[in-house]
Design a protein around this ligand. Structure first.
Ligand code: MIC
Ligand code: SF4
Length: 639
């Protein structure tokens, strides 16, 4: 990885270890971000660390996920977050301001710095040349306490862009093409680093669409160089002083190179139920649709919504389609008002929603039974929209807007119109919904509503684990399967006992009762177990139900770290064919005597067959697991 952008940032931030393949390193984190759905838990954990003030250059607490306030709980959580921010010296972005990643890109991102966020789409700021990584809330809390963030040195994949995107083909289609090549696990333990003559044809928000959805490949992060286009974006944000140039050396060494000629890209869609199921729009054309949702941290920038407004201009949304638009930030909305493009949106019959995650996380706008919904979002996992039998297609803003008018999936290249997107010379800056850190932190009281329940604590690891296989699942199980989101469940994010009722409810409605009856147990999974959201609740809530180990063919990066943080063993088969040797309901005994040497034997008590397991955990991970999780580990370390 010598001479790559990623290596340059990693080496200027290195605290522990060596930047060598597969090594575990600790890096300094300059900035952190949280959002409300993961933030409550992250700050409950931060409070336990006994530190008077965050020790980063900058930490921001955003509220953008749980903005549907159907009762007191979300509003109480917002008050908790605001009071914690005031007490510990963070910026607080109020609900209504916009989506964390869009806002961070606009107002706080700095090329060359590191950012850790308790949200898997934190790599959005890679669009400006930050090394931005998503993690579980506890890892972000630890970074706020000034501790390094540990990761395996990733491989660097160079995505070399040439050519230029054709009209009506956009950055979303480009990242869908990357997903077409890498699928949902091709990026695991890799950083996708973009270069080539095509880079200069992409604005910062377009680059951010690409780095945002790079998450869906499983990548640790994605990053673009910082060039004159980056400077131009920062200048328009009145932040030119934050710019610095960043590019790879001429002789940079990559682990892999992927060539993409942008001129060849055509409109694409991720089809149900995976962001990796890519098809050409041309092959889906004329499929009738019921809903179109435009927005999310992938596609809600000014460039995207201006494009949508221009397409909608003088047109009406099809009579059988509901079109919703959720802008990424107030800045975006202000500009649409200033240019009067908002009126094209309103006149078309589109429904304008709040500047927030909204339907992307199932907070409203669940489609109807068997409905077909086109969304500019980044995830179409089963049930995430709120309707299990709905079919969700992920598309570009261009495809979404044109299809909303036509009432069926339509290739936007066939839409006969011409327009030019005018990006203002100076963005309208209004930070009035961002409350800066207080000067005097002493006198702040933390507000805790009745829904905020104390953190559960967990005992150290035993030498032998004997329990039932409570559930056996296949490949690519997402954290949305493990603990779903949506309007009903998201308000429980600060209440683990109540949340645990919903563990695996998408797959198995009786899982909760079965787990209680058996006093916990094991889960067996296939490849890429735990892909998707960074929500550490997908580890804490199963742990609370007594899940002791997950035995899988492979794990997604963030989820594996979260399992370790909460004392669940992430074990892998030595021979993947042994996956077939275990059935749901079998009882297993795991002997952990040789866990330090990565040799674990599982005995299937049903037929007394031995199954060899292993892990790829660092010595540090093992110490964390043995003591029962990262919080007790840190407490012991600091004692
Ligand atoms: C998501 O897109 O799934 C989320 C909601 O933003 C999550 C975080 C969460 O579950 O709170 C993510 O991507 O990390
Ligand atoms: Fe919010 Fe959706 Fe982005 Fe997650 S992917 S941060 S829910 S907009």
């Amino acid at each position: 990885m010598k001479g790559t952008i990623a290596e340059k940032i990693l080496s200027t931030h290195l605290i522990h270890g060596k930047i060598e393949k597969k090594q575990n390193i600790g890096i300094k984190i300059d900035q952190t971000l949280t959002q409300d759905a993961t933030g409550t838990m992250a700050y409950l954990q931060f409070e336990q660390m006994g530190i008077p003030k965050v020790r980063t250059d900058l930490s921001v607490s955003y509220v953008d996920h749980n903005t549907l306030q159907t009762d007191f709980r979300n509003a109480d959580d917002h008050r908790y977050l605001q009071s914690v921010a005031a007490k510990y010296g963070l910026y607080f972005s109020k609900p209504g301001n916009g989506i964390c990643h869009q806002l961070h890109l606009e107002r706080f991102s700095v090329p060359g710095k590191t950012l850790l966020g308790s949200d898997s789409h934190t790599p959005t700021c890679g669009g400006i040349g930050m090394l931005a990584i998503g993690a579980g809330g506890l890892d972000v809390a630890v970074a706020m306490a000034g501790e390094p963030f540990f990761l395996t040195v990733p491989e660097i994949v160079n995505i070399n862009l040439t050519g230029e995107l054709p009209p009506f083909v956009s950055a979303k289609d480009l990242i869908l093409e990357v997903l077409n090549r890498l699928n949902v696990k091709g990026g695991i333990n890799k950083i996708l680093e973009y270069s080539g003559s095509g880079v200069k044809t992409l604005s910062v928000p377009e680059r951010a669409t690409i780095t945002n959805m790079g998450t869906e490949t499983g990548a640790t992060s994605s990053i673009f160089p910082s060039d004159e286009i980056t400077l131009d974006f920062l200048t328009r944000q009145n932040r030119e002083k934050d710019w610095r140039a960043l590019k790879p050396n001429e002789d940079a060494v990559y682990d892999e190179i992927l060539e993409i000629n942008m001129t060849d890209i055509e409109p694409l869609a991720a089809t149900p139920h995976s962001p990796g199921n890519i098809k050409r729009i041309a092959d889906l054309e004329r499929m009738e649709i019921n809903q179109v949702c435009i927005g999310s941290c992938t596609n809600s920038s000014l460039r995207d919504l201006k494009t949508v407004a221009q397409i909608l201009k003088g047109n009406v949304v099809h009579k059988d389609v509901s079109l919703t638009i959720s802008p990424g930030s107030r800045q975006v909305v202000n500009h649409l008002i200033e240019s009067d493009e908002v009126s094209y949106i309103i006149e078309s019959g589109a429904r304008i929603l709040e500047n927030a995650c909204g339907p992307c996380i199932g907070m409203g706008q669940a489609p109807g039974t068997n409905a077909i919904s086109l969304r500019t979002f980044n995830r179409n996992f089963l049930g995430r929209s709120g309707t299990k039998d709905a079919q969700i297609y992920l598309v570009s803003p261009e495809t979404a807007a044109v299809s909303a008018i036509e009432g069926k999936i339509t290739d936007p290249r066939n839409f006969k119109t011409n327009f030019k997107i005018e990006i203002p010379g100076r963005f309208l800056i209004n930070d009035s919904l961002i409350i800066p850190p207080l000067k005097n932190l002493e006198n702040v009281d933390i507000y805790r509503g009745p829904n905020i329940k104390p953190l559960p604590s967990f005992p150290p690891l035993e030498e032998r684990l004997k329990a039932k296989v409570l559930l056996k699942v296949g490949d690519n199980i997402t954290t949305d399967h493990i603990i779903p989101a949506g309007a009903k469940i998201l308000p429980l994010r600060s209440n683990i006992p109540a949340l645990s009722n919903y563990v695996f409810s998408v797959i198995d409605e009786n899982f909760y009762e079965r787990a209680l009856d058996s006093n916990g147990g094991f889960v067996v999974g296939g490849e890429n177990y735990g892909q998707g959201s960074s929500r550490e609740h997908a580890a804490i809530a199963p742990k609370y139900l007594g899940i002791k180990a997950i035995i899988a063919k492979s794990f997604a990066r963030i989820h594996k770290d979260n399992l370790v943080n909460f004392g669940i063993l992430p074990l892998v088969f030595q021979n993947n064919s042994d996956y077939d040797q275990i059935r749901q309901e079998d009882r297993l005994e795991l002997v952990l005597r040789n866990i330090d040497n990565a040799q674990i034997t599982a005995i299937n008590l049903k037929n007394h067959k031995k199954i060899l397991l292993t892990h790829n955990l660092s010595m540090r991970d093992l110490s964390i697991l043995k003591i029962g999780g990262k919080l007790p580990y840190i407490r012991q370390k600091n004692a």
